[in-house]
Write a protein that binds this ligand. Structure first.
Ligand SMILES: Cc1cc2nc3c(=O)[nH]c(=O)nc-3n(C[C@H](O)[C@H](O)[C@H](O)COP(=O)(O)O)c2cc1C
Length: 408
């Protein structure tokens, strides 16, 4: 980590002064900062203080011939391992979400090929405004890591989420973003299911649900990044399978169960797919036809196989760690605790799908393990995936795996 360098963009917020402390703290840890100060940022901290702490001149202007000959804006955007925006103002995030490029900071954000971490800080009303929420969701969907702000009293006298996190917490986020994947899951086989299933009524109609597959695909990618050999069994979705995973495409719940059984043995099974609970008893081989006014066919349903329970209950060849997902619209935690017991799995990741979770790019979850319940803050689905992959690695490979299997 000693040779890491970040490109720090300081926006025009009241918390900008903390970015000076951030530069110093990073320097102590061997992380060099090259700094872009926006016009508004320079109202709060001076280029002189920034360059005194970073040891380099602070960049401020897009149209500066001297800067362009020394280091062009494209070169600047590629000159670090990570781009950090701190504080990320509502304005800067709106520009980045829209892809605007009308000053040095926004042009750099559009031109960079490096990962981007944003640390927002603003008034609670600004943070909770529908436009900011939209922009944050857009940025996360575009792969930007947006840190959740702290909750507390604000400089403006109001109270709520919007405060810049402590500098030590920001340093931890930066170090995590700079750290290469640990590959702690090398040698582990992970089986992941994702997406919906489709249960045919006739050759053109089916019963299904709104699952987008994003969370399951994210988890498969995160497990692969940790070094696991991953088999991803997926229902029909509009996503590209992550690089390097073995991909099995299925339609129905019964196909999905068979593909999972064929993929065993596995060390960990993560059942993210939204498997249809029921299917029509009989799928008509011919398209069902309108019979007459007011006469609709009656469709009789039967239960689908329970993939999570089937794999959890295996006496021989049960994965060492079985993780189920619970999508609920109410009483999320209580229902998930009950589901863990009923399914016989080790952990349940529970989320509230009453909002836009199923198609969206963010998720707020409860992780239920034999040791209790953890509530994770609202995170990008990719961040949920990385956290979960790290927890799987702790459980399977940590010094004290602490994995109490439900079957024990
Ligand atoms: C005293 C003062 C404090 C401000 N604090 C914040 C803040 O904490 N967060 C924010 O998003 N905007 C804040 N603003 C508004 C921004 O400065 C303004 O939207 C500016 O255009 C942002 O520029 P930037 O895109 O370069 O960050 C503040 C403005 C003033 C005058």
């Amino acid at each position: 980590m000693s040779s890491s360098r970040i490109l720090l963009i300081i926006g025009g917020g009241i918390a900008a002064y903390k970015s000076l402390e951030l530069i110093r703290e990073l320097g102590r840890r061997g992380i060099a900062s090259r700094v872009i100060l926006t016009k508004a940022g320079a109202e709060f901290v001076t280029p002189l203080s920034v360059s005194a702490l970073s040891g380099e001149k602070a960049f401020t202007e897009l149209f500066d011939l001297t800067d362009e000959t020394e280091m062009g804006h494209i070169e600047l955007s590629r000159s670090a391992d990570l781009v950090v925006v701190c504080p990320a103002t509502a304005d800067l995030m709106a520009k980045a979400a829209a892809g605007l490029a009308n000053d040095l900071a926004s042009t750099t954000l559009l031109a960079t090929d490096k990962p981007v971490l944003m640390v927002p800080a603003m008034n609670v009303r600004m943070w909770e405004h529908a436009a900011t929420k939209r922009n944050v969701a857009r940025l996360r969907a575009d792969g930007v890591r947006v840190v959740e702000p702290d909750v507390g009293p604000m400089a403006c006298g109001e109270f709520g989420p919007g405060r810049l996190p402590d500098v030590s917490a920001i340093v931890r986020e930066i170090e995590a973003a700079l750290a290469p994947p640990s590959k702690r899951l090398a040698g582990v086989h992970a089986l992941v299911t994702a997406g919906p299933t489709r249960e045919p009524l006739d050759p053109v109609r089916y019963i299904s649900n709104h699952s987008s597959g994003k969370q399951g695909y994210g988890i498969a990618a995160a497990l692969a990044a940790e070094g696991a050999r991953v088999t991803l069994v997926s229902g029909p979705v509009a996503l590209k399978p992550p690089e390097g995973v073995t991909f099995v495409s299925v339609e129905t719940a019964r196909d999905m169960l068979k593909a999972c059984e064929d993929a065993l043995p596995a060390d960990v099974f993560v059942s993210v797919a939204a498997v249809a609970d029921w299917r029509p008893v009989k799928a008509s081989p011919k398209k069902l036809k309108l019979k007459g006014q007011g006469e609709a066919p009656t469709i009789q349903l039967t239960e689908n196989p329970d993939i999570l329970r089937t794999l959890s209950a295996k006496r021989k060849g049960r994965p060492r760690l079985v993780i189920g997902f619970a999508a609920e619209t109410h009483d999320v935690e209580a229902l998930a605790v009950e589901k863990r017991a009923r399914k016989g799995c080790d952990w349940i990741v529970a989320n509230d799908v009453s909002g836009d979770v199923m198609g969206g790019s963010e998720n707020e979850i409860f992780l239920i393990t034999p040791d209790g319940t953890e509530h994770w803050p609202r995170l990008a689905k990719d961040d949920v995936s990385r956290r979960l992959a790290a927890r799987v690695a702790d459980a399977l490979t940590g010094p004290n795996p602490g994995l109490r299997l439900a079957a024990e």
